[in-house]
Design a protein around this ligand. Sequence first.
Ligand SMILES: Cc1ncc(COP(=O)(O)O)c(C=O)c1O
Length: 434
Amino acid sequence: MAQRTRRKQDGEPAAVSFPELPPDMTIEAMLAHRYDGQDGRDIFSKANEFALADQARERQIYPFFQPLDNNDGPQAQIYGKRVLMFGSNNYLGLTRHPYVVDSAARALLKYGTSMTGSRLLNGSTHMHEELERRIARFVNKEAALVFTTGYQTNLGVISSLVGRRSVAVVDKSDHASIYDGCRLADGEMVRFNHNSAAHLDSVLIRIGENKACLVVIDGVFSMGGDIADLPGIVDVCRKHGARLLVDDAHAIGVIGEGGRGTGSHFGLEDGVDLVMGTFSKSLASIGGFIAGPRKVLDWVKHFGRTLIFSASLPPASTAAALAALDVLEREPEMVDRLHKLAAQWRQGLSDMGFDVGRSETPIVPVNVGDEYSTVMFWKSLIEDGVYTNPVVYPAVPMGKAMLRTSCMATHTPEQIEQALERFRTVGRRQGILS
Ligand SMILES: Cc1ncc(COP(=O)(O)O)c(C=O)c1O
């Protein structure tokens, strides 16, 4: 069991090397600035009044949109400084794999930089179709359909399937793209408690039998790193005749046999009607896919607006995803290596006293609590040579801020040890660890 991280106590000194906020300008107050939906007469007024980002930039605690000078995989460079990379979704470290880079370069030279059109018209190549066949085979489904991003995949699939008399039933911790897909759909959206099959059951009972339901879950949750209770959820879906879509963005290449995702992890591939995934994480590219029955994908192909009305995945990205899939199929032991390193990372943090929640994967949250301590912790870690991602309100509820950390199959055990040591030093210095 993970121990609870000790929160910074009132009156305790904060970070030594960063400016304190004035007492009337707490980070909570800055973050609490919310748009009330009233635009007044000028549509720009909300933007002109939005001060939060500028205030954080002035205090040099603005953590977002920070450009990396370089990103080799397990290491990166930021502000001219080498850092160990513990904040990327490049779980298999394939973005610098020579075969992946070479395949992308050759596709770039062969097809040019862009297809300049949607899949429906001039945007398809034989590579897109090959990628679809390969993905379908990999996740053991009849067919697959490739989108330009994972975000667009969820929007296009959910909005085309959930019509006026249907309901999307989503886990409260699902990714934003699932919520946005529901907003674009004509049907209703209902939420169930995070990873609770029992609550899903009661929600489906309440909805009744007259409405068609699509249950949508993340296979691996992108912030908590926990794995969905697929056995429980599949049972409930079967009981109610609901269809199940699993977003495996963080599961492909990470869990299941040879990285085949959540269905494979539980031996329940048949219980998952639709598998969604992205190429922007383990598969070292950008783009998304949906895999499932051919007839259903044919519907999405003709009614999924984010597929039809947006230009296709560029050739170099398509080739990179295909090549990454080749590597993953040839070297499934990469996934075992990732698990070993992830266990070392998770256990090391937990043993020091950090609260790592319910993570079971290479995504390991370090729950800190208050927003200011989290941002200071992030900044201090970069100064000490470790890159992580701060996650603050409104991405998480106020007071539940955390660092999202992740490790990669290309980290060495020594790099994990080094990063752990720096977490210990900085955690103590920042008053997060006792
Ligand atoms: C669970 C989940 N689904 C979908 C997406 C969207 O994928 P992409 O970034 O490839 O558009 C993400 C991205 O972070 C994600 O974490």
